[in-house]
Write a protein that binds this ligand. Structure first.
Ligand code: ADP
Length: 480
């Protein structure tokens, strides 16, 4: 099958969150299963070019606001096997030269431009894909664009699959934005408006016009059918329920794996008896790096997250005092897109800058994330809601025991060891301090007092299979 993946992120070169990991992991698995996979992303000026070797391929034109604009198509191999295709836009607004992937005032225009440019390029190449797989609001309009008279003949045999990674981000705009990419916006006004406003909603367009729609875990797929989870799109999702699926995200174990991880100080495998002491070398090294005290009996709690309300900001903060009171250590690695939250955490980071047990690190650093998964003993994910969540899956693979709020994909992947024999972590239901402590207390106690039980739990967590093998088959079933 010829599959084209189109999204705003791809790990590790253009990554903000889990979408980037999914793009890389799913694409590689599909490739390993024998399919042709092309990945389209914008050629941002902030790409991490260390992993790339660009080859300019050709010039192509794309339509925007009544004019045809030049783009250069640039390709690069990633990890030796994946082919990335970058759209380098020459539009005077320099859409992808903003120093960041998101956060520009014209994000809607930037990603509408990108969506249209991908289709213009595909059409100019002359080989229609069997499947175009689009992700989130940034590329959702492609589901409608392929049905526009300008494209419909060329893409008549192409199916479009949309994956929704987070209902919090829907792409609200006006009919004029649709006009810009050659769609008759007014014609879709009623159909695409958000329930309570006159805005056009790009994610809604994707839901209505895609041939199939998926979201990233079975539990989240249930949650979004209700108002609290659906955030205004629950009715349209219910209406198109027959083509709506919940498919759990996987992990690329050739990238997230303590046996082969190139960023780690000491590799380890749950198959060797001494794995715990090998894992500990990573901990001592990281504690040294951040000038934290080395102590045998203190579990190192970690969190790696975008600091947005979804992730349970108050609970992530509360863990600062919790760790001090309970004889634990805590490292938080995160970034806050909201300047007020960033300021608050910067002040906390400063306050704890020379604390023996606590560090707050406010930056995005892929290599450090790998080292922190490897070094930590306990990994907290106290989310208010969580479509899938990848950090708990990565943590498990590295033998860092997840303590999570049982919601969305966290509920589908973390099973409380006090409730089932082959558990892989600790869970709590209510997203408040009492709830978090009810699970963290049990984790810290087991770590400190039940050494053998803890080791058994680590092995169980590390052996759970959350690879892309099964989810990729589920996507292939949908593609078929
Ligand atoms: P989301 O997509 O909502 O951000 P996920 O759990 O699905 O959450 O994916 C988060 C991904 O982003 C993981 O790969 C995680 O390691 C990574 N990540 C989050 N924050 C940082 C950071 N500050 N530095 C490095 N990696 C980060």
């Amino acid at each position: 099958m010829y599959i084209v993946q189109i999204a705003s992120e791809i790990a590790p070169v253009a990554k903000v969150g889990g979408l980037a990991d999914v793009m890389m992991g799913l694409s590689r698995e599909l490739k390993w299963k024998g399919h042709q996979v092309d990945i389209f992303v914008p050629k941002y000026d902030c790409l991490d070019t260390r992993y790339l070797q660009f080859t300019p391929k050709k010039k192509t034109k794309s339509y925007f606001q009544g004019t045809w604009h030049d783009n250069t198509i640039v390709t690069s191999k990633l990890n030796g096997d994946l082919l990335l295709t970058f759209i380098d836009a020459h539009h005077p607004a320099r859409f992808f030269e903003r120093g960041a992937i998101y956060g520009s005032i014209d994000d809607i225009d930037r990603f509408l431009y990108f969506s249209r440019a991908c289709l213009d390029y595909l059409k100019s190449e002359g080989t229609p894909p069997n499947v175009i797989h689009i992700h989130d609001w940034e590329t959702a309009i492609i589901a409608l664009l392929v049905k526009d008279p300008y494209f419909e003949d060329f893409f008549s045999k192409t199916k479009v699959v949309l994956t929704i990674h987070n209902m919090d981000y829907q792409g609200r705009c006006s009919v004029f934005n649709l006009d810009a990419i050659g769609l008759p916006g007014a014609q879709y006004k009623e159909l695409l408006q958000h329930t309570d406003t006159q805005d056009v909603n790009l994610l809604k367009a994707g839901i209505i016009f895609a041939d199939a729609v998926a979201t990233v875990s079975p539990t989240y797929a249930q949650e979004v059918l209700k108002p609290e989870g659906g955030k205004g799109l629950q009715d349209v999702l219910n209406k198109y329920r027959k083509k709506f699926f919940g498919i759990l995200n996987g992990l690329d174990y050739s990238y997230w794996n303590p046996e082969v991880d190139r960023f780690m100080v000491q590799k380890y495998s749950s198959d060797t008896v001494d794995f715990r002491s090998l894992k500990e070398k990573n901990k001592w090294h990281l504690l040294d790096e951040f000038k934290l005290q080395k102590s045998k009996n203190k579990p190192l709690i970690a969190a790696i997250a975008r600091l947005v309300p979804q992730k349970g900001i108050e609970l992530l903060k509360n863990t600062l005092t919790y760790a001090q009171e309970k004889g634990a250590q805590y490292i938080l690695l995160g970034t806050a897109p909201d300047p007020a939250v960033h300021k608050e955490f910067s002040e906390l980071a400063e306050r704890y800058a020379s604390h023996p047990d606590i560090r707050i690190i406010l930056r995005s650093e892929e290599a450090l994330a790998h080292r922190l998964y490897a070094a930590s003993d306990i990994f907290i994910v106290p989310s208010i809601f969580e479509p899938c969540g990848l950090t708990q899956l990565i943590a498990m693979k590295y033998g860092s025991i997840p303590v999570v709020r049982a919601t969305g994909g966290l509920k589908d992947t973390v099973f409380d060891v006090d409730m089932i024999e082959h558990g892989n972590g600790f869970t709590f239901d209510s997203p408040d301090i009492k709830g978090l402590h009810s699970a963290l207390d049990r984790a810290v106690k087991m770590y400190k007092e039940k050494v053998e039980k803890w080791q058994k739990l680590m092995v169980q967590a590390m052996k759970y299979d959350y690879s892309w093998n099964k989810p990729a088959d589920q996507y292939l079933d949908i593609y078929q």
